[in-house]
Design a protein around this ligand. Structure first.
Ligand code: COA
Length: 147
């Protein structure tokens, strides 16, 4: 299976929103993804197999940091290395752009995602109490320093 990671485009949006609704209880609306396409402070990514979206990541630039605001893989394509490929791509971009660190928030109960981030050298650096709703839950803040 060949997976290509590239910048998200307008024609990817319907596929992205379909995955977003399938994997999250509190999905982002289409307009949020659309806004990111033209923002200078965003790096919206799509992972594609045979030109169809199977995953995506919403990355933001904040001063000398990157934030991964959203990342997901379609249920039928999970645990086949696509999330890892997107994280590797983001880390490579951070190095290329001389970014100091990458951070993200993750639900405390989302152990699969945490495992993925730990594998790439992210560490837990803090907690935001009751950050998520539906269900209400703390967020763990995870950070990777780029050297
Ligand atoms: C989290 C997510 C993005 C990971 O993407 P993925 O393509 O499924 O992950 P990969 O196949 O690249 O797996 C990389 C590592 O993540 C962990 N992992 C991912 N899915 C896992 C699962 N179902 N069970 C156990 N570990 C898992 C493992 O450590 C895995 O490494 P391994 O294959 O050596 O065991 C994806 O599962 C997903 O979309 N989940 C739902 C949405 C979500 O939770 N997003 C993150 C919000 S912070």
């Amino acid at each position: 299976m060949e997976v290509v990671i590239e910048r998200m485009t307008e024609s990817d949006l319907d596929g992205v929103v379909e995955i977003e609704k399938a994997v999250f209880a509190d999905p982002w609306p289409k307009r949020a993804f659309k806004y990111d396409l033209s923002s200078d402070y965003s790096l919206p990514l799509a992972a594609k197999v045979e030109n169809s979206v199977v995953g995506y990541a919403s990355v933001y630039f904040v001063m000398d940091e990157m934030q991964i605001g959203n990342i997901a893989v379609a249920p039928g394509f999970q645990h086949r290395g696509i999330g890892a490929k997107m994280i590797r791509y983001i880390i490579d971009e951070a190095k290329r752009l001389k970014i100091a660190r990458i951070y993200l928030e993750v639900r405390q109960s989302n152990e699969n995602a945490q495992k993925l981030y730990l594998k790439f050298g992210f560490v837990i650096s803090g907690r935001r109490r009751l950050y998520y709703s539906n269900p209400t839950e703390d967020a763990l803040i995870m950070v990777k320093e780029i050297s």
